[in-house]
Design a protein around this ligand. Sequence first.
Ligand SMILES: Cc1ncc(COP(=O)(O)O)c(C=O)c1O
Length: 461
Amino acid sequence: MNRPVPANDLSEVVEADRAHLWHHLTQHKPFETMDPRVIVEGKGMRVWDAKGKEFLDAVSGGVWTVNVGYGRESIAKAVYEQLLTMNYFANSAGSIPGSIFAKRLIEKMPGMSRVYYTNSGSEANEKAFKMIRQIAHKRYGGKKHKILYRDRDYHGSTLAAMSAGGQDERNMQYGPFAPGFVRVPHCLEYRRQDGAPVENYGEWAADQIEKVILAEGPDTVGGLCLEPVTAGGGVITPPEGYWDRVQEICRKYEILLHIDEVVCGIGRTGTWFGYQHYGIKPDFVTMAKGVASGYAAIACCVTTEAVFEMFKDDASDPMNYFRDISTFGGCTAGPAAAIENMRIIEDEGLIENTVKMGARTMANLHALMDKHRVIGDVRGKGLFCGAELVADRATKEPMDEKKVQAVVADCAAQGVIIGATNRSLPGMNNTLCLSPALIATSDDIDQITGAIDKALTKVFG
Ligand SMILES: Cc1ncc(COP(=O)(O)O)c(C=O)c1O
């Protein structure tokens, strides 16, 4: 593909970056001797850096966000027109795109009914935590306030979200964390816990949640927050039987189920939402990244009508509503972009494409696993896939992180941007991650896995 706009001299931009920018999740020392990566353009599946190098982006903007691909004029126009008409008013009042997107979104989420707008995944999760806490105070004298979260899951970078963070390396040096968040075991079958059975692992893993609830006291536990497919914790698809049992446990102990769809939401796994693969009925669903594919900042905390009702049952009580505000939850660019993003996904059949291309990605990764002993496990759902690298298949000793990063770097040198779990779990940042835009073609998928094939050969022989 031709570069859409001719290269200009961007040395000033690169120097300003080096001098003044603080990049996310990045050690800056290397930039004393080499240039930081500056991405200047994107079109479809491809991006170009400041030097004019073209990359096929297999991670949708680095963190699984640009679901409909780059350079969408119709989204830009929708945002432009909305900004000229009405850019902002606090969400204590409604807006045209805010109402319309809420309606369209709820049509995709049978059983859910209310949308609370925020500006990031972390913030959306914080809203759900606050609602669970307020329900505990309103209904249970503050006692049923604990929120369970799972080992290896991630829910954001703010301190309460990190208190619900199951990634110890991410959390290191940022404590102490907020009280009232309690960890339950992960459900990664490949790394089955000591004593876990080979048969019915899914049910067993869910039963471990019940054990934690019983140990804490069911009357103290108000919510359970889980990713449908764990993302940065290693692309963990749930084992058979897991979710049915989780749902049963939540019902049994009257625990509100909060599904974090920040990554999986809006088509990523081949359904509108990841939880819809498993027949779950959540009380809260949070989402962010793919909602507007990064064309504007928008995140949502969606609840059932039953949850919503609890915040309006006594209008005479001045404390009896959700006393929360998100300034940028009132930006109209987010829902304006989200409406058009959703239209594109529907009109272009991108969910169906995700199912097809996801199957191709998994087939290609399994073929690589047959060829390269360093791949210990392949996991995925839709266009969200991972390959866990190990030093030894028999012992499952995780591959040295530097070598995992060398694979990522070699793919980039070949012009393909892939990801890997990063500073998430001590000694366990060994899973390559793929999450291309939902517009990916067979050729794109083959180019991505072809680059991984070459990189694995180069790094491991
Ligand atoms: C599952 C999950 N939840 C929440 C978040 C936090 O979202 P944000 O970075 O928009 O705050 C992330 C970010 O990667 C995530 O992967």
